[in-house]
Ligand binder design. Structure first.
Ligand SMILES: C[S@@+](CC[C@H](N)C(=O)[O-])C[C@H]1O[C@@H](n2cnc3c(N)ncnc32)[C@H](O)[C@@H]1O
Length: 258
């Protein structure tokens, strides 16, 4: 497992962005920096929104949550719609869109796909870095002419540990489906993983407590818990799922709770 890095600080790219950077820093308890560090990760608020950047020699491009363009827009248009494995695993049916808690929201990609297909999705993320990136991505999506009509009604963000947040839901608030995609330990392969995953692995490390999260999810989901795993990985905490849905690189293990 790669060594976990300390939380990055937040800089404003220009004085114009300083007030908004101050608000984000306060909301997510991030350290404000006057200027970028010489090396390591830092957050930068600028014209393109909030970005996670890597300073120094072995750098890569910025990581941001952008629901309006690039990979997310492509996945929304050409990702297979309601017949894609993720939608089948979560249980979307003609005329039925489950209410979903994405308890490991990360960069919000899976949750966004489910919301784009009609589900109401709560994105729950405990990392302040990822929660700040999601917050910024959702704000920009709500200003986009194509997404504005549904993003605000279908997607909401909770910055908390999901096991605690799920345990605190009232009976009426319990979701139909809890979706889990905890960080999986990186393989021994030398193949370079995408910059987003590399950044997450270095900043967050492995989610070693995901067995407890599965218990909280099973206690809260009205219909099912869905766990995303790499295709060849074992099941979470070696627990036998009710069924699995496989796609090319990914497997979704289903734990039915009704
Ligand atoms: C692999 S990423 C999820 C990627 C996400 N499915 C996507 O589509 O972008 C896992 C994320 O889950 C978060 N996480 C893990 N355990 C959590 C918990 N108990 N509560 C809230 N967030 C959690 C981690 O901080 C990390 O950001």
């Amino acid at each position: 497992m790669p060594e976990r890095m300390p939380n990055p600080g937040l800089v404003a790219e220009h004085a114009l962005f300083a007030p908004a950077a101050g608000r984000l820093a306060q909301r997510y308890a991030l350290t404000r920096l006057a200027r970028p560090p010489a090396s390591g990760y830092y957050l930068c608020l600028g014209a393109e929104g909030l970005e996670l950047r890597l300073a120094g020699e072995h750098t890569h491009g910025p990581v941001r949550v952008d629901f309006t363009a690039g990979a997310m827009a492509h996945r929304r248009r050409f990702g297979g719609g309601r017949s894609q494995a993720l939608a089948r695993a979560v249980g979307l049916k003609p005329g039925y869109n489950p209410i979903v808690w994405d308890a490991t929201a990360g960069l919000g990609r899976d949750g966004f796909v489910l919301a784009s297909l009609g589900c109401r999705v709560t994105l729950c993320e405990r990392s302040p870095i990822l929660a700040a990136l999601l917050d910024d991505g959702l704000q920009r999506a709500s200003l986009d002419s194509e997404l504005a009509q549904w993003v605000e009604t279908r997607l909401s963000l909770v910055h908390d540990d999901a096991a605690a947040a799920l345990a605190g839901l009232s009976a009426a608030q319990r979701p139909d489906v809890v979706y889990l995609d905890p960080m999986y330990p990186p393989g021994k392969s030398k193949v370079l993983v995408k910059k987003e995953m590399r950044a997450l692995q270095q900043l967050l490390g492995e989610d070693a407590d995901s067995a407890g999260l599965l218990d909280a999810a099973l206690a809260s989901a009205r219909r099912r818990v869905v766990v995303k795993r790499p295709q060849r990985a074992g099941t979470l905490d070696k627990r036998r799922p009710t069924a699995s849905v496989a796609s090319k690189k990914t497997r979704y293990d289903l734990y039915v709770t009704v």
